[in-house]
Design a protein around this ligand. Structure first.
Ligand code: NAP
Length: 250
């Protein structure tokens, strides 16, 4: 990807300790960004930071729980002070707490909204002034096809991911005039810890729905994030891009 800035762009990736977030962090670092890795597990982040630095790539890490809005805002603010800029935010941290609606507790509904949706609002609110001042910003929210077409057993998760679409499009309208874009990358089924325990019959059923007849890899998602967060994607905003092997074609 070609950057038009003489200074190295800084990218914050939440949920970077494993799975899709780790692949995104690796990809953005290879694209030439300084990547700030965020998740709860400090040890995993430190190990990834070492791995990136051993490859000559630029990285640092901040251990934070994105489900704690006050701490998250403070950590992002501090990070911007430390690095002097923040060009790219990838709101990737996410959890599922699946259950049929009739059995879902208030706590499981609210937790999933706070971790998957409120966190993206908080990082964008904290960083948008700095981005607008620099007349450049890329906000990439990792949604899900569940948020586009819904999914039985995921009322909380689908609501959070659908909420990300409204948040993203509002940010795109508010910030576009200052060179800041906001988009959703909505993965389908991707091989990570999150999908590792799906029963075999569910996997087979899902596979049949995908034109490409395979689960995605974290790298498939990272490639899409690489483009959407690049300088080259300056005319792309408010979009929901489903990277799902042709499952929804939404
Ligand atoms: P994963 O393997 O379970 O990894 C989740 C990541 O989020 C980890 O790095 C985890 O790190 C971090 N995280 C979780 N809760 C956190 C919290 N409260 N604060 C900070 N970090 C937190 O999940 P994944 O499959 O890579 O999913 C990544 C994103 O893609 C999620 O938003 C998910 O909804 C979305 N997605 C995944 C799929 C799929 O098929 N896998 C499909 C559609 C969308 P710590 O545990 O160290 O905090």
């Amino acid at each position: 990807m070609t950057d038009h800035s003489s200074e190295q762009r800084v990218a914050l990736v939440t949920g970077a300790s494993r799975g899709i977030g780790k692949a995104i962090a690796l990809r953005l670092a290879r694209d030439g960004r300084h990547v700030v890795l965020m998740a709860r597990s400090a040890d995993a982040l430190a190990a990834l930071e070492d791995e990136l630095k051993a490859q000559g790539l630029a990285a640092s890490h901040v251990a934070s729980d994105v489900g704690d809005p006050k701490k998250l805002a403070a950590d992002v603010e501090q990070m911007i002070k430390d690095r002097g800029r923040l060009d790219i935010i990838v709101n990737n941290a996410g959890v599922t707490k699946d259950n049929l609606t009739m059995r879902m507790t208030d706590e499981d509904f609210e937790d999933v909204l706070r971790i998957n949706l409120t966190s993206a609002f908080v990082t964008a609110r904290t960083a948008c002034r700095a981005m607008m001042k620099n007349k450049f910003g890329r906000i990439v929210n990792i949604g899900s096809t569940s948020g586009v077409v819904g999914n039985a057993g995921q009322a909380n998760y689908a609501a959070a991911k659908a909420g990300l679409i409204g948040l993203t499009r509002s940010l795109a309208r508010e910030l576009g005039g200052k060179g800041v874009t906001a988009n959703v990358i909505a993965p389908g089924f991707i091989e990570t810890d999150m999908t590792a325990n799906l029963p075999e019959e569910v996997r087979k059923g899902v596979m049949g729905m995908m034109s490409l007849r395979r689960f995605g890899t974290p790298e498939d998602i990272a490639a899409a994030v690489s483009y959407v967060s690049s300088d080259d994607a300056g005319f792309l905003t408010g979009q929901v891009i489903c990277v799902d092997g042709g499952m929804t074609m939404a």
